[in-house]
Write a protein that binds this ligand. Structure first.
Ligand SMILES: CC(C)(COP(=O)(O)OP(=O)(O)OC[C@H]1O[C@@H](n2cnc3c(N)ncnc32)[C@H](O)[C@@H]1OP(=O)(O)O)[C@@H](O)C(=O)NCCC(=O)NCCS
Length: 194
């Protein structure tokens, strides 16, 4: 569906809570092409490895916290971007025991317990859709009374300017298996609280 949509359609995309789409369970796999296109890992040993990769960075969020997911939908109904995440501190949650870098971030995560993953289809980038998805996720985290939100990305990733514009600052840096990664955090300081 998205390939038939023009750029103008992407500009008119609107943000929806995933679970408020009438047919949301049936549409979950529509996020897969966006996820795999945006991911740095492009090749997998086999389908099991591919599915495990999806489960780690997308699948578990859709399975366990679908109510925190938001999607960008064009007027013709195509999903062109998503944000997923969780509210529990991942350094202290069994749900993320397999995500090794959290063993090094446990002193910081209590200040930014929510965490997110966001991806847009390539044609939907640069239009402000990402900021609207961040706003939706942040509104839920603040509404839940959490002190902040974080994400982990590559130190040299092109998305750093996007996160800086959306109020995230560098909280920690790590060498992770030869890749420089950073934890970026946004604190809901008193001035930002409603
Ligand atoms: C990062 C992303 C969510 C931002 O959403 P957006 O709506 O495009 O944000 P904006 O409208 O502010 O668009 C421009 C910014 O997006 C980021 N961006 C654009 N294309 C990008 C790409 N291919 N890869 C990474 N970041 C990209 C840049 O930060 C850019 O800012 P700049 O113009 O100052 O360099 C979106 O571009 C995207 O999905 N990128 C690819 C995947 C990604 O990096 N996901 C986050 C993983 S932690």
């Amino acid at each position: 569906m998205s390939s038939a949509s023009g750029r103008a359609d992407f500009k008119r995309a609107t943000i929806h809570r995933l679970t408020e789409l009438p047919d949301w369970r049936r549409r979950l796999r529509q996020l897969d092409p966006i996820f795999f296109e945006a991911s740095l890992t492009k090749t997998f040993a086999d389908d099991v490895a591919r599915e495990a990769f999806r489960e780690r960075w997308l699948g578990r969020f859709l399975d366990r916290w679908p109510g925190l997911a938001h999607v960008a939908v064009t007027p013709d109904g195509a999903i062109v971007g998503y944000i997923v995440g969780a509210h529990a501190d991942p350094a202290r949650s069994a749900d993320f025991a397999d995500v090794g870098f959290y063993a090094h971030l446990g002193e910081l995560t209590p200040h930014y317990p929510a965490h997110l993953h966001i991806n847009l289809a390539a044609e939907a980038r640069g239009l402000g859709i990402g900021s609207a998805l961040i706003d939706a996720f942040v509104a839920d985290a603040r509404g839940a009374g959490l002190p902040g939100v974080h994400l982990v990305t590559g130190r040299h990733s092109r998305n750093r300017s996007f996160y800086a514009r959306n109020g995230f600052e560098e909280i920690a840096g790590l060498d992770w298996g030869g890749t420089a990664i950073v934890m970026l955090g946004r604190s809901f300081a008193a001035t930002e609280r409603a």
